[in-house]
Design a protein around this ligand. Structure first.
Ligand code: ADP
Ligand code: MG
Length: 227
């Protein structure tokens, strides 16, 4: 597939641009042309087989992935628009984790692991008329469910500790409610999660420098809930 004829992307994240193909389908293209989307598509197919809400994937080639276009705002968009209270968003996020980790893992999965998304935050959830759908499966693998909880908590906390972010206060409320709804033991995986976030090449140096502060907020919030 070439960029010609695609027009402008209708959405973009830190890694990919998303183009409307018509007929209810989109093309998601990594800007880094060396990325292979096949592993990501395989995870999406696995969770879809077990009824998890992901867009159906039709084709992959190198950095390109063709899938169903989802109808609705992202959870982040709903927060910005003021149409979704933080507590309701937290309940949805926690439920998406619980459902994902309850799926049968792929045959080759190590014991005690489940499919974990590792980037399940409000920009990667689309609120469709058929319920919330999860996108952006690049970081998914088989791992400990608590790592998934720790990643989501840490990403929320990163926004909460950034004074420049309009949604900092909402992110703090989201974090506290998410920890309450999600349960589990995310603190046991927090150091691993912090290492993963600090090594994420899409974070700016300023964002990387805030990961420790964000981790401290997760610890503090989790202890507040426990006490
Ligand atoms: N299947 C889809 N249907 C509708 N919008 C989508 C779809 N996939 C992605 N998007 C939009 O594109 C944005 C970026 O896609 P995403 O897969 O999260 O890429 P990135 O890895 O760059 O974050 C999403 O936040 C969402 O707004
Ligand atoms: Mg994304």
């Amino acid at each position: 597939m070439t960029a010609s004829g695609l027009g402008a992307p209708f959405a973009a994240g830190r890694d990919a641009d998303v183009y409307d193909l018509g007929g209810g389908r989109v093309l998601r293209r990594y800007r880094d042309g060396d990325v292979d989307t096949a592993p990501e598509a395989a995870v999406m197919a696995h969770v879809a087989t077990h009824g998890y809400p992901v867009p159906t994937v039709y084709a992959t080639r190198g950095p390109d992935l063709v899938m169903d276009r989802l109808d609705g705002p992202t959870m982040l968009g709903a927060f910005v628009a003021g149409t979704l209270p933080a507590e309701e968003g937290a309940r949805i996020l926690a439920d998406l984790h619980t459902r994902l980790h309850a799926l049968p893992p792929p045959a080759a999965a190590p014991p005690g692991t489940a499919v974990v998304h590792r980037d399940l935050h409000p920009e990667n959830v689309v609120l469709t008329p058929h319920g919330p759908y999860v996108i952006d499966w690049r970081d998914a693998l088989c791992g400990p469910p608590d790592l998934d909880l720790a990643m989501t908590a840490l990403i929320c906390a990163e926004v909460a500790v950034d004074p420049a972010r309009q949604l900092a206060e909402a992110a703090r409320a989201l974090l506290v409610s998410f920890l309450a709804y999600a349960g589990g033991h995310p603190l046991g995986q927090l150091d691993t999660a912090a290492g993963i976030r600090a090594a994420n090449p899409t974070l700016t140096p300023t964002e990387v420098a805030r990961v420790d502060e964000a981790g401290a907020l997760v610890v503090h919030s989790a202890r507040d809930l426990r006490d």
